[in-house]
Structure formats: structure tokens, C-alpha cells
Design a binder for this molecule. Structure first.
Ligand SMILES: C[S@@+](CC[C@H](N)C(=O)[O-])C[C@H]1O[C@@H](n2cnc3c(N)ncnc32)[C@H](O)[C@@H]1O
Length: 196
């Protein structure tokens, strides 16, 4: 098996890292949901050695992540663990969550399940950072995002670009307050919340 590769991860990792340097400066244990190839994990864990970066993914994607983690051999990336937000969650606790480009791939009920499950794995003062395309007040922020949304929904009707307000409502319902809505390259956003 070849190591999986995501070109978009190569493009967005530096702008995301700039956000994480601020938001995770006082964090120690990050739970990443939907790690994909594992490229983000390797890049962020190498740049932020004070963090322990726990990759998670659906079972079928773990072999690829292991290839990236094994090659990098970082001291702060434990073996990836299986996490489908519909299934069993880890028993460990974390003080931060990161997830990139996952909310538009999950169906909305899965997004709701993800947020509902977070309190059981998070410290009281946890920080949450979510990266991806979002609509603002129900409106796409670019033509390309509108086209991407249409493509997603045509391919898989449960998928689709989510609205910032709807995601924010889920975060607030579990005690998080918004701290950032940063415009990122390629019409993406980094949303961050913190529990006071
Ligand atoms: C577009 S990829 C993003 C991967 C990576 N985070 C990135 O930014 O390159 C979306 C990921 O969400 C994961 N995903 C989709 N549904 C999920 C679910 N129900 N539970 C956990 N992960 C899920 C997929 O396995 C996939 O790797």
C-alpha cells in the first residue's frame, strides 16, 4: 500500500498551524477527529511538541495514518485509534479537539452526535478548533464553495457545507463560547470555541 496523500493538506497546513499556535498554546492533549491521511497530525505535532496529538479515524483509514506516523516517528503522536462519531468513543480525556474538513462529509445527525459526545472526553476548560468551508447566515462565501456544496449534495445527499450559526449552536449547547471565526485561504474558515 502506498502512503495516502492529500494535496489540500499540503496547502492548508501552514495557515491552520498559525491558528493552532495561538489556540493550542496552553493545551496539552489534542483529540483529532477524522485525521484523514495523518498529514495534518504529523505537521502539527512536529511544530507543537508540547502537545500530544491523538489521531482518530474510521477503521479503514487507520493503516494510512500509521504509515505517516511511523515514518515521522514523533514522540508525541500515539498510535491512531478508531473513532467513528456514531460508535464507541475513547475513554481518555483531552483538553483540545481539532477537526478539519469533516463536518461537510458527515451527515448533520452525525455532526450533532459528535458534539453531544464531546463533553465525556473533554476537560472542563477545553478548546475546540474546526476548519473547513462554512456558510455564513445561510449564504455561501464564494462561488466555488457554492459549487462544492452542490457537488457534495449531488454525490451524497447527507453531505453538505454547514452553516457557522448551526455549528455554533451545537457548541454553545455543550457549554462552549465562540472565540474565533477566522477567514482562511481558499474560502475556508477556522472556527474556535472555549469552555470558560
Ligand atoms: C475530507 S476528509 C478530511 C480529512 C482530513 N481531516 C483533512 O483535512 O485532510 C473527511 C474525513 O472525515 C471522516 N469521517 C467521515 N464521517 C465520519 C464519522 N462518522 N466519524 C468519524 N470520521 C468521519 C472520513 O473518514 C474522512 O477521512
Amino acid at each position: 500500500m502506498d502512503k495516502p496523500h492529500s494535496p489540500s493538506s499540503d496547502r492548508n497546513r501552514e495557515p491552520i498551524l498559525a491558528v493552532l499556535r495561538e489556540r493550542f498554546a496552553d493545551r496539552r492533549r489534542v483529540l483529532e477527529i477524522g485525521s484523514g491521511t495523518g498529514q495534518h497530525a504529523v505537521h502539527f505535532a512536529a511544530a507543537l511538541p508540547a502537545l500530544t496529538w491523538q489521531c482518530t479515524e474510521r477503521e479503514e483509514n487507520l493503516p494510512g495514518i500509521r504509515m505517516w506516523l511511523d515514518e515521522a516517528a514523533l514522540p508525541n503522536t500515539p498510535a491512531p485509534i478508531t473513532l467513528d462519531v456514531n460508535g464507541t468513543w475513547p475513554t481518555a480525556r483531552y483538553d483540545a479537539v481539532f477537526s478539519a474538513n469533516t463536518l461537510h462529509i458527515m451527515g448533520w445527525p452525525e455532526v450533532e452526535r459528535m458534539f453531544a459526545a464531546l463533553p465525556a472526553v473533554l476537560d472542563d476548560d477545553a478548546t475546540l478548533v474546526i476548519y473547513g468551508p462554512f456558510t455564513m447566515d445561510g449564504r455561501h462565501t464564494s462561488e466555488s464553495n457554492a459549487a462544492f456544496d452542490a457537488t457534495l449534495r449531488a454525490r451524497a445527499p447527507h453531505q453538505g457545507v454547514r452553516d457557522v450559526a448551526a455549528v455554533d449552536a451545537l457548541a454553545r449547547a455543550i457549554g462552549f463560547a465562540p472565540v474565533e471565526n477566522r477567514v482562511m485561504p481558499a474560502n475556508n474558515r477556522c472556527l474556535a470555541w472555549r469552555r470558560p
